[in-house]
Design a protein around this ligand. Structure first.
Ligand code: MF3
Ligand code: CO
Length: 262
């Protein structure tokens, strides 16, 4: 037996996948609580953060994000990431009040019993323009196109290729700099899961591989910037961006979504 580099995929046992799924159910529950807390013209992003924290605590989980400090970042100061309109990901909850016509990306990571799951959804606030509805639908569809590739014997590049193909067909663009990731024993594990790529390239997906697949889809150009808070990623052209994420387990029969109820 050779030694395993930290950069290698570490497939999970069925028992571990059960634990990641338990964390993932709480992710889903918290995202629903955030959605239900949206009142156009009334609720702030902090209100959604509080709703998520309450939901996670009620189920016995903790935030995988609070205090998280990867190299070059200040410790993350909240339980969730909330990204409005031109914010792509990693928006910090605060006093901003959500208005009808906005979109709000909610991202939740839960740790439960030593295991992690990560998920995100972008919700319309009140009524949004038809083109924004199309952006949301495209990004969600792109996530599921990527998930459909997450099966034994496929490679990581198959996921990104499927995501970007779908997004380009709809006339939108995919962020390249920020990627999905392995998840389970930690929030971020190998491999990186880009939202673009070439079919048949990249690490091989083994039975039990657990991945967070998370396309970020921009209405305009794919270029991004980081705000001065050290966290918030925004589109360079300040046009809208949508983000959808599921934690999945790779099986011979396809991907099993762990950030949902069943
Ligand atoms: N789901 C996001 C990601 O995977 C959020 C993690 S950043 C954190 O990048 F600091 F908020 F944890
Ligand atoms: Co993630």
């Amino acid at each position: 037996m050779g030694t395993r580099a930290k950069e290698d995929i570490q497939p999970k046992t069925p028992d571990e996948i059960v634990k990641i799924h338990a964390a993932g159910r709480i992710v889903r529950y918290a995202l629903e609580a955030m959605r239900d807390a949206i009142v156009p013209g009334v609720s702030s992003t902090s209100d959604l953060e509080r709703a998520a924290a309450r939901a996670i605590t009620e189920k016995g989980g903790t935030s995988a994000f609070l205090g998280y400090a990867p190299m070059g970042h200040p410790p993350y100061p909240a339980w969730t990431c909330i990204s409005v309109n031109e914010e792509v990901i990693h928006g910090i909850p605060g006093r901003r009040v959500l208005q009808s016509g906005d979109i709000v990306g909610c991202d939740v990571g839960v740790k439960l019993d030593g295991y992690f799951a990560d998920g995100a959804w972008t919700f319309p606030v009140g009524r949004v323009e038809a083109e924004i509805e199309r952006l949301l639908a495209t990004a969600e569809e792109a996530l599921f196109q990527g998930i459909a590739q997450a099966r034994t014997g496929h490679r990581v590049g198959d996921i990104g290729a499927a995501i970007e193909r779908h997004v380009r067909r709809r006339g939108f663009s995919v962020v390249h700099e920020m990627v999905g990731h392995g998840v389970g024993r930690a929030l971020h594990e190998a491999p990186q899961v880009p939202n673009h790529g070439r079919p048949g390239t990249g690490p091989l997906l083994l039975e039990g591989t657990t991945l967070a697949i998370e396309p970020m889809v921009n209405m305009g150009s794919r270029q991004i910037e980081v705000l001065n808070d050290g966290w918030t990623i925004v589109t360079h052209d300040r046009k809208m961006s949508a983000h959808f994420e599921h934690t999945v387990a790779v099986t011979r029969n396809g991907a099993m979504i762990l950030t949902q109820g069943d």
